[in-house]
Design a protein around this ligand. Sequence first.
Ligand code: FMN
Length: 197
Amino acid sequence: MLVDYSKIEAKDKYKLMSGGIIPRPIAWIVTENEKGIINVAPFSYFTGLSSNPPTLIVSIGHKSNGEPKDTLKNIRDSKKCTLCLAKEEQLEPMHFSSKELESDISEATHFNIATKKILEDFPPIISGVPLAFFCTLYKEIELGGSKTIPLILKIKSEYINDSAIDKDLRTDFSAIARLGGEYTFLSSKITPPKIED
Ligand SMILES: Cc1cc2nc3c(=O)[nH]c(=O)nc-3n(C[C@H](O)[C@H](O)[C@H](O)COP(=O)(O)O)c2cc1C
């Protein structure tokens, strides 16, 4: 089967790309709107870009009514977000928080997702997450009129739960990743074989 992307519909491109680019990490993003309402939502078009400068990219689209998703609007307005990585036990609240709610309803309140303030000038983390990046908006990428907007975020600080890292800064937790429309847990590590000189 050979698929010419100029001949298929957007929903099929999404199916093929999300089923092929696997596993995708999930950015569980916390933002705050101008009224102080905490917004929580997951995004899997997300990856690291560079460690120097420490940057990552996440692509966020629009709601069914055509307005920018709350996360996109809040990041544009406040230039900030707190990007959490969920652990295996948090699959259910993470998934529930993807429900499209009115902007003035917080997913944190609606789904009873506890949050915890770590840095005064950033949105809170979701309680219990192994790690979180406190980010500022660096740049929006223009993708030829696309409704999905890639945002480059700069990492200012990182929170890591002590149980999720060792003294050599190696993290260890069972992360959730997206496999097409399903999920998987990334709980086993394989040490790479040594490449001889
Ligand atoms: C695991 C998962 C990954 C998702 N990834 C994305 C994504 O990369 N980009 C996007 O626009 N929406 C993505 N969504 C959908 C958003 O989470 C959903 O539209 C949510 O309602 C947005 O909330 P907000 O309006 O509060 O920002 C994803 C949903 C799930 C469950």
